[in-house]
Design a binder for this molecule. Structure first.
Ligand SMILES: NC(=O)c1ccc[n+]([C@@H]2O[C@H](COP(=O)([O-])OP(=O)(O)OC[C@H]3O[C@@H](n4cnc5c(N)ncnc54)[C@H](O)[C@@H]3O)[C@@H](O)[C@H]2O)c1
Length: 279
């Protein structure tokens, strides 16, 4: 950071695994990257006591404006973007860590509109999505014809209720397909497990949540890593197929590499204007 340039102030919403990781990185490494912590909010404020300095704790999320954050990072729950995303974006850039929230068409439309009007950026972290920037560029050039994201995890790594929960139980014995179809229908069923698919939909707005296909699989033979495969096709027989293995503690929803990926995404969040941007 050059002399005279002010630091970007970062507000963190959610203090679970990702929130704690980002707060620690901001405290340890933020200054050398021109970043400083503006506030930390958590639904259960007791969790902040003793770990986050009192002056950085935000009691009521609706009071976020008082902390003058330049960028707000949601790492809590999809309902945060649906309820507060609009007011965040009016005041600051907003990195939505739970992009499954945007499978709700009204939320996506609303946030795209506010980004455009306010000039602030709605950032989507790539997470475990490999080649997201390439997908974004292909989509911008009108070259993306089809996109499928397959995610395979151990049955213990899913947090699912209802029908999908029952299927995941069955998968303790054998590899089981939990869902195969448009990502739009899957996000409300598995909001914490398919953020990577949602990121792909936002990188490819010409296909969007209705056009991008999601394939969710539980496999008891994958105890310590998650797999994400991306297949993209374009004109004239063009195709790309990637397969990413992400080490993950047994039963963990979030893979180890995803933490560092979130930090790298945050470092990119500057100067993209009033649009949605995969970072
Ligand atoms: N984009 C990605 O690739 C990616 C990867 C991992 C996790 N995520 C998402 O990021 C979010 C945080 O992940 P995590 O691993 O830190 O989860 P976590 O469960 O460790 O932490 C979640 C935090 O949010 C709070 N919270 C839970 N429900 C809430 C609600 N309804 N309203 C307000 N606060 C609530 C919890 O109290 C907790 O502090 C989750 O939504 C998860 O799905 C996204």
């Amino acid at each position: 950071m050059s002399e005279g340039q002010s630091r970007r102030r970062v507000g963190i919403v959610g203090y679970g695994h990702l929130g704690q990781y980002l707060v620690r990185r901001l405290q340890e490494d933020g200054p050398q990257h021109g970043l400083e912590l503006a506030f930390v909010w958590n639904r259960d404020a007791n969790k902040l006591k003793g770990t986050v300095p009192a002056e950085l704790q935000l009691g009521k999320l609706t009071k976020f404006l008082e902390r003058c954050a330049d960028i707000i990072v949601e790492v809590a729950h999809p309902c945060i973007a649906q309820t507060h995303g609009e007011s965040f974006l009016k005041a600051a850039d907003f990195m939505v860590g739970s992009p499954t929230a945007l499978a709700d068409a009204e939320t996506e439309l609303k946030l795209r509109k506010v980004a455009q009007q306010s000039g602030h950026t709605l950032y989507i972290p790539s997470g475990a999505l490999w080649g997201g920037q390439d997908i974004q560029r292909m989509d911008e050039r009108g070259m993306l014809q089809a996109l499928t994201v397959t995610m395979v995890k151990h049955p213990n790594s899913f947090r699912l209720g209802g029908h999908l929960g029952e299927l995941a139980q069955h998968a303790r014995q054998e590899r089981t397909v939990l869902y195969n179809g448009p990502v739009r229908g899957l996000c409300p069923l598995a909001p914490n497990n398919v953020n990577t698919m949602a990121a792909a939909c936002l990188a490819a707005p010409s296909l969007g949540f209705d056009g991008v296909q999601g394939h969710l699989v539980a496999d008891p033979d994958l105890p310590d890593y998650h797999v994400v495969e991306v297949e993209a096709t374009g004109p004239g027989g063009f195709s790309v197929h990637t397969r990413r293995k992400n080490p993950a503690a047994c039963g963990a929803v979030t893979g180890t590499a995803t933490f560092a990926a979130f930090w790298s995404s945050l470092l990119v969040c500057h100067g993209h204007g009033g649009r949605v941007y995969l970072c």
